[in-house]
Each structure stands twice: as structure tokens, then as C-alpha cells.
Design a protein around this ligand. Structure first.
Ligand SMILES: [Zn+2]
Ligand SMILES: [Zn+2]
Length: 312
């Protein structure tokens, strides 16, 4: 029997009372299973963090000693127990080391997706599908009107820009994906990377996912026009708003930022509407529980076939 209260939301985040642990807790807790290292999913200061080795490395890089008292790391498909709940991490395809969390209790499987992506991305493990009775999915872009374009078409836009480019992107995940895409599809471009992004690249390389060919940024290089693409985190991007002699572009998965397609690359690391339907097709859940964003479109779409519950 599916337990309606298997995962509930309290002040610390998503809680499973049957195994006494949190999923991507919002506050430091005793036991946190962490899907991936993005700041809105991985907070510092837990007693024990359960995650992949890559996620632990990325959290240690960001938070240092305060990252977690203890890390227990697991490979994909390696089962472990939290009380009576059996847990398996399944690749989510979102960023390197990102995992879905499969939880089995009393013969019922609950699958928490975390953030996930279906589009191909050579800088992380591809998404892996498992069947479950309950699919707990993010719905950031769960709207039939949202369809993410092909990232290769987007990145090739850079080939039409002959001046140096300042490319804003989130440091973890997006930057590495962009380096790989530019190395592959715009090989004449010379990629320069902001110093805050460099250590993340090193974690990627340590785990066998080299993003591509790049150099650390040096001011003197960008003095010439030589098809440089300088990748910087959002904060630095905003502070360069007066930069001259460069084309400023921001890479984002948010449609509302795409108002002027000359100033953005529409590249998303999340699922769009069709991806979520594809996910439901593979996972074959009896129920879908939704998180982040808006689950109402899914509820409407599946009204006669699958129970959709909006976790709030
Ligand atoms: Zn994320
Ligand atoms: Zn997220």
C-alpha cells in the first residue's frame, strides 16, 4: 500500500519518518540524503550526508570542513538502508554525480528525482530509468508551453559572433557543459574560464569527465579580438555590464530570460514538459507527487490515469 505520508514537508525540508532521514534538507539535520551538490539541494553542516562521491567532493570544495561531519558515499545502484527503508542512488543526468533517490519500504518503491535532465550531456553520467510506484518529481518547467531547444543549435549561435564573448553561466554543471559544447561545436573558439570555475573543472577531471579545452582567464589575453569566450559566474557577469569590445551572453534554462535571443543561450539542465512525460512513461508510477514549480498541468494531463498530488 502506498503511504501518503511516506515523504512530508516540514521546516527542514522533505522528511521520511519511516527511515528517519531527509531528502536534500533545507537546514542541517542528523541524516540527509543529498541528490546533488547545487546549493538549493545540498546544505552544509549535516551530521551525516549520504550521497555520491562526486557530490561529496563538490560539497567539500564549496563548504570545506563544515560540509558535513560524516559523508557516506555510494555508487549508483549500490543499496543501503536507513532503518527499514532500502535506498539506491540512480543517475539523474543533471550535473556530474547527480542522483535520483529510490526508496523501498514494505514492498512499495518511491522515486525522488531531485533535479534531472534527459538531454544528452557528455559532462555527466546519463540519466538512468527505474520503475517505481510513486514518482516524486520536480516540476520547475512542467508546462506544455515549455520545450527546451536543442543545445547544439543554441551553442552554434556562437559561431556567428566573431568578437570576443563574455558568457555568463552557473559555475557548477552549466559551465562545464558549455565548455564541452563549445569545444565540440565551435572548435575555433578559445575558451577562458573564471578562477572560481576552475576548481570545479578539476573535480570533473578527477572523476574522468574532462569538460574540454580551456585556459584560466588572463586579462591581457582578452585585449585582442581572437574569438575568445570567457565563461564567468552570474555575479561576475552582472558586474561586467559596461564591458566594451565583448558580446555579453547569458546561458539559462529560463524561458523568461529568452526575451532577446541575441543576449541568451537557451540551454537548460532540467526536464521540460515532454521530458517529464517521457519519464512517467519509463517509471510507470501509480502516483506522481510534484515539487518545485507548478504541478497543476500534470494533474490536468493525467486526470483519468494517474493520481497527481502537489506536495507543498
Ligand atoms: Zn540542480
Ligand atoms: Zn534544483
Amino acid at each position: 500500500m502506498i503511504l501518503d505520508d511516506f515523504i512530508v514537508i516540514n521546516d527542514n525540508g522533505l522528511y521520511c519518518r519511516y527511515g528517519d532521514f531527509y531528502l536534500d534538507s533545507k537546514q542541517p539535520v542528523e541524516k540527509a540524503v543529498i541528490s546533488h551538490a547545487h546549493g538549493d539541494h545540498a546544505v552544509a553542516g549535516n551530521k551525516t550526508a549520504y550521497c555520491t562521491e562526486v557530490t561529496a567532493d563538490l560539497m567539500l570544495l564549496r563548504y570545506g570542513k563544515t560540509a558535513s561531519k560524516v559523508f557516506e558515499t555510494y555508487k549508483f545502484h549500490e543499496m543501503f538502508s536507513m532503518g527499514e527503508v532500502k535506498i539506491t542512488l540512480i543517475s539523474a543526468g543533471h550535473i556530474l554525480g547527480s542522483a535520483q533517490v529510490l526508496m523501498e519500504y514494505q514492498g512499495i518503491k518511491y522515486l525522488y528525482t531531485g533535479d534531472y535532465k534527459v538531454q544528452p550531456d557528455d559532462t555527466c553520467e546519463p540519466i538512468d530509468w527505474v520503475q517505481a510506484d510513486v514518482l516524486i518529481t520536480e516540476t520547475t518547467f512542467a508546462n506544455p508551453a515549455t520545450q527546451h531547444p536543442d543545445p547544439v543549435t543554441e551553442i552554434k549561435k556562437l559561431n556567428n559572433i566573431k568578437s570576443n564573448i563574455l558568457l555568463g553561466a552557473y559555475a557548477l554543471g552549466k559551465s562545464q557543459r558549455l565548455i564541452k559544447l563549445i569545444s565540440t561545436w565551435c572548435p575555433q573558439k578559445k575558451i577562458l574560464v573564471h578562477h572560481k570555475i576552475m576548481p570545479i573543472n578539476l573535480v570533473y577531471e578527477k572523476h574522468g569527465f574532462s569538460p574540454g579545452k580551456y585556459k584560466i582567464y588572463e586579462r591581457k589575453l582578452m585585449k585582442q579580438q581572437d574569438e575568445f569566450v570567457y565563461i564567468v559566474p552570474p555575479f561576475t557577469f552582472d558586474s561586467y555590464f559596461k564591458a566594451t569590445g565583448v558580446k555579453r551572453l547569458f546561458a539559462s534554462g529560463w524561458k523568461n530570460l529568452q526575451a532577446n535571443e541575441n543576449d541568451t543561450l537557451y540551454i537548460s539542465d532540467h526536464v521540460d514538459w515532454n521530458d517529464i512525460l517521457q519519464c512517467v512513461n519509463f517509471v510507470k508510477p501509480k502516483q506522481v507527487w510534484t515539487l518545485h514549480g507548478d504541478g497543476t498541468h500534470l494533474k490536468e494531463h493525467f486526470k483519468d490515469s494517474i493520481v497527481v498530488k502537489l506536495l507543498k
